[in-house]
Design a protein around this ligand. Structure first.
Ligand code: GAP
Length: 478
């Protein structure tokens, strides 16, 4: 087979304690260093020493995150007749956040060390991770559990509530009257636009409003790479229903959201549902279930599904004086709709896809690293590679194929190493297919398509390459 580079595969997986679900990657650092080295994610403002809890997406990261957002939008808006999109402002009338309860109660329990002055989120301290929400509010809890500062063993203060809202000022005068907030969730933009959207689209209940965009939280203990940041993005959908339908609709959204992650490649064995205990529920929620993922640092929330009742629309109705009731023409009833919310984020989702797709295999005595990303999520779908970069006819055929592919998808040309190394580099960033042009291509007008996961190769006529890749993308979608 011309251009063939035969490779033998042996799988190596991380070990774990019996009965425990192993993370896809044992050490978080493996992903952090790959992300930096290959241009997925960089620390923000790095040349100035960085800024805590903000990360920048590099050339590959922005493609991955855009693909995640696109995949979410496809599932939540494009493929559904009952959900429409919205892009509300990050800055809103400050009353929105007073009415929503965020100014009063969007807070986490903070403790401070009496000697080194470091501050911690109480529920993240060793020994306090499984405290109930009631215990986290208990002034005597630190003393009773004998909790000490993890840095220097110093005494910790009793917990106090720390509000997570970022404040800024609108206009040239910085006084109390000019205070505005950077939104901590996209959801409120959908609530205050409920009437605008419903009336302009003539949607009947049940229907949803989907949003993707930046949110900001002054997290006490950000960390674990892009898992918890102070500036991040959310993908949230608010589904408006009749009050008597909310409980069932809530249950229906659970498997849908689970399936979205598995459809794009996350192993079901590393996902679980976790219902919030009554005293853990957010101020707006009647019921909440998290989709959790087994990160290298434990089981953590990937997305939350919330039954918010009529809390939001009732409060905004009362505070604004604008009725947010819905008139049901079928039953001739007026009522405030209830809301079922699905609340995830592209940062956490992209991070999960990176971790879960990470593979280390032994190929001919060497370790091959690959990201088995779903082709819809992969930054590049195809890399076009010359077997001999010194032959101008080969290089120009590569460029022609790459240009043809670019009409439909992200394709890249690379000739900076020998073919074996070029394959490895593309494997490591998750490129599903490599197209290799060799000397025979100039004679028989055919090239090799090499598959990332199986490493098998197929000879295809040059003019059939674009179709062959599009067909493979279709097959991957199922
Ligand atoms: N509107 C409801 C709401 O905001 P949430 O559970 O606080 O619910 C929803 O946030 C999702 O937003 C989370 O599941 C996570 O994916 C993402 N998210 C929240 N805080 C984040 C942070 N500090 N950094 C990165 N993503 C975050």
């Amino acid at each position: 087979m011309a251009g063939a580079h035969s490779e033998v595969l042996v799988t190596v997986s991380p070990s774990t304690e019996p009965n425990e679900v192993a993370p896809a990657v044992a050490a978080l650092d493996t992903i952090v260093s790959l992300a930096k080295r290959r241009g997925f994610v960089f620390p923000s403002s790095e040349i100035y020493g960085g800024i805590n809890a903000v990360w920048d997406y590099g050339p590959l990261g922005v493609e991955l995150k855009n693909n995640v957002k696109r995949a979410w939008w496809k599932a939540m808006v494009q493929e559904r007749d009952d959900i429409v999109g919205l892009d509300a402002g990050i800055l809103m009338h400050p009353q929105v956040w007073i009415t929503s309860g965020h100014v009063g109660s969007f807070s986490d329990p903070l403790v401070e060390c009496g000697t080194c002055r470091r501050r911690y989120r109480l529920d993240e301290l060793p020994g306090a991770e499984s405290l109930s929400a009631t215990e986290l509010r208990d002034e005597g809890i630190v003393e009773r559990l004998g909790l000490k500062c993890p840095n220097d063993g110093g005494p910790l203060s009793p917990p106090r509530r720390f509000n997570l809202m970022f404040e800024t000022h609108m206009g040239p005068v910085q006084d109390d009257a000019s205070v505005v907030y950077l939104r901590p969730e996209t959801a409120q933009g959908s609530y205050v636009n409920f009437k605008n959207v419903q009336q302009s689209t003539r949607k009947k209940l049940p229907f949803g409003i989907a949003q993707v965009g930046k949110s900001f939280r002054n997290e006490i203990s950000p960390g674990n790479f892009v898992f918890r940041m102070r500036e991040f993005e959310q993908m949230e959908m608010q589904y408006f229903v009749r009050p008597d339908a909310a409980a069932q609709v809530f249950e229906e959204w659970l498997p849908r959201r689970w399936d979205w992650y598995t459809r794009y490649g996350v192993s079901a064995s590393r996902l679980r549902f976790r219902e919030h205990a009554p005293d853990e529920l957010a101020h707006y929620a009647k019921k909440a279930v998290d989709v959790e993922y087994r990160f290298p640092f434990g089981w953590k929330e990937l997305e939350g599904i919330h039954n918010r009742g009529d809390f939001d629309l009732s409060r905004h109705s009362e505070a604004s004086g604008e009725s947010l009731e819905y008139f049901d023409p079928a039953t001739e009833e007026h009522f405030i709709p209830w809301i079922v919310e699905t609340a995830g984020g592209p940062d956490r989702a992209a991070f999960t896809f990176l971790i879960d797709s990470y593979r280390e295999e032994e190929v001919r005595g060497e370790t091959r690293v690959s990201l088995a990303l779903h082709p819809d999520l992969a930054p590049y779908k195809v890399a076009v590679l010359p077997l001999l970069k010194k032959r101008p006819e080969i290089v120009s055929l590569c460029h022609a194929i790459r240009d043809d592919l670019k009409r439909d998808l992200m394709a890249v040309y690379d000739d900076t190493a020998a073919i074996g190394k070029l394959y490895r580099r593309q494997d490591e960033i998750g490129t599903p297919w490599c197209v290799t042009v060799d000397v025979d291509s100039l004679e028989d007008g055919a090239v090799t398509i090499r598959d990332r996961d199986s490493m098998t190769q197929e000879r295809v006529p040059v003019e059939g390459v674009r179709r062959a890749i599009i067909d493979r993308m279709e097959t991957a979608r199922g």
